[in-house]
Design a protein. Structure first.
Lengths: 134, 338
């Protein structure tokens, strides 16, 4: 979502950010995580950044603030409120759609062994050796 | 910019590579791409490569299934610059009109794919666990399967109107088989020289472990049930005896037994080893959907009704504290005999 938003706004974007530093008014430095390792890079602002959960450790909310929060007004906008093109949002605006839904099954013809630990382990090992797994 | 259905043909794969090696996810996708082409009733399988010294990787892509490889062997082209990758791919797609474009669901590939989908004004189906072609509304369409709602359901998703149909696939879903020597066409292309908005300062790699979870032959998966063992040390012992790797479920990660790169599940890794041993894993669908490709599954859990047993080849109902030491001992004996 972040990247596609950036594409719509024609802004630079980078995802999977674990560290973020404001280098000066025009640039930010980021640490972008990869499968094995990371890169450090600089981007011009404004930019769209998506972060991982390691970006920050949120403090605990205080009881007083939690109570105060219940009194605050929450403004909800819908597509019409922000004058969005309804043809481009929600289900009708999505180029992809559900076709079928099914419950997930991954059944195998398994042997379920119960009994004394020594016996079940011996039976399991016997089967594993016979099947050439071990 | 999106194309009508009739004009497009063929299946493309964006080839991810790093330090002179093609990522296995891309090789597996090429094999799948060929299968999809056949189901579509023809069309070429095409790979797209970009980056410094990438042309030497083209023959491997052909061996895995590409009929054609477009290569932008350009020193200034870095796969880290996903914006440039996306504009390169967008230009190629605009001039050749593939029916389907597939991307490896790794960090950079996902970002490039999302950008390209936005530029091509088409749909992108992310984190797919299977791909197929079905006849829907009188036309062959890509059906991409994703796990939904915590993985308890699988959803088939299509992109009926826009082209190309695009999907990202998690690593490990389509493990590449042994390649055969094939011939194909390598077509050098020039990538538009665009100044980058991203300035890469440092590339740091964590120590390359000899194998990743996705590539391991034997995987021991630990779940919350290992709590009774006071942790996962025994699992490591079993892995050592078998020469395997230890991974785990989300609760195992939360318990601090495994690191994030060892988590198996919807939001983690896919594992399809030859042998998977689960210890104290209940088999919730978000785990189950990512290990179905395993060759042989053995499960140990104390709950006889755990869903893990339905998906196992051998299930041992028992207390890990009793079963696991015995299992390790017996396997060690067998391994010693050789």
């Amino acid at each position: 979502v972040g990247v596609q938003l950036a594409e719509s706004l024609d802004l630079p974007a980078i995802t999977n950010i674990e560290e973020l530093t404001l280098e000066d008014e025009r640039n930010i430095g980021v640490k972008r995580m990869l499968e094995r390792g990371y890169i450090r890079a600089r981007l011009k602002l404004p930019a769209v950044i998506t972060v991982t959960s390691k970006i920050n450790q949120p403090r605990l909310a205080s009881i007083l603030n939690i109570m105060a929060a219940t009194q605050k007004e929450i403004t909800c906008w819908n597509a019409a409120d922000i004058s969005a093109d309804t043809g481009c949002v929600g289900f009708s605006g999505s180029p992809t759609r559900f076709y079928q839904m099914s419950e997930f099954h991954a059944r195998r013809q398994g042997d379920i062994l119960r009994g004394k630990p020594e016996e079940v382990v011996a039976r399991a090992i016997d089967k594993l050796t016979k099947m050439g797994v071990l | 910019m999106s194309l009508s259905v009739r004009e497009s043909s063929g299946v493309w794969v964006w080839a991810e590579h790093h330090r002179g090696e093609v990522n296995r996810v891309s090789l597996g996708l090429l094999v799948k791409a060929r299968e999809l082409c056949q189901k579509l009733g023809g069309g070429e399988t095409t790979a797209v490569l970009a980056g410094a010294d990438s042309s030497k990787l083209a023959s491997e892509l052909i061996d895995y299934g590409a009929d054609k490889v477009y290569v932008a062997d350009d020193r200034s082209f870095s796969l880290f610059d996903t914006e440039r990758c996306a504009s390169f791919m967008t230009a190629l797609v605009d001039s050749h009109h593939p029916e389907i474009v597939l991307w490896g669901g790794i960090n950079l590939g996902r970002e490039t794919a999302a950008r390209a989908a936005a530029r091509l004004d088409t749909g992108l189906i992310a984190h797919c666990i299977d791909l197929d072609i079905e006849d829907i509304d009188g036309k062959h369409q890509l059906v991409a399967v994703v796990a939904g709602w915590g993985g308890n359901l699988t959803l088939k998703i299509i992109c009926p109107e826009r082209r190309p149909q695009m999907a990202t696939v998690k690593p490990g879903i389509f493990p590449p088989p042994q390649a055969e020597k094939r011939t194909g066409e390598v077509i050098p292309v020039k990538a538009e020289d665009k100044s980058s908005r991203l300035d890469v300062i440092q590339v740091a790699e964590e120590k390359d472990e000899t194998s990743s979870l996705e590539q391991a032959d034997t995987v021991i998966a630990v779940g919350w049930g290992m709590n009774s063992m006071g942790g996962f040390t025994a699992a490591e012992e079993l892995a050592e005896v078998l020469g395997g790797m230890v991974g785990g479920t989300r609760p195992a990660l939360d318990a601090g037994w495994i690191s994030e790169d060892k988590m198996i599940g919807q939001s983690g890794k896919t594992a399809s080893p030859q042998l998977l041993i689960t210890l104290g894993v209940s088999g919730a669908a978000q785990f189950a959907t990512t290990v179905t490709g395993s060759g042989f599954i053995i499960s140990v859990d104390k709950n006889p009704n755990a869903p893990i047993f339905e998906m196992s080849d051998i299930g041992i109902v028992g207390d890990l504290q009793e079963v696991l030491p015995l299992l390790i001992e017996k396997i060690r004996e067998i391994k010693k005999k050789g």
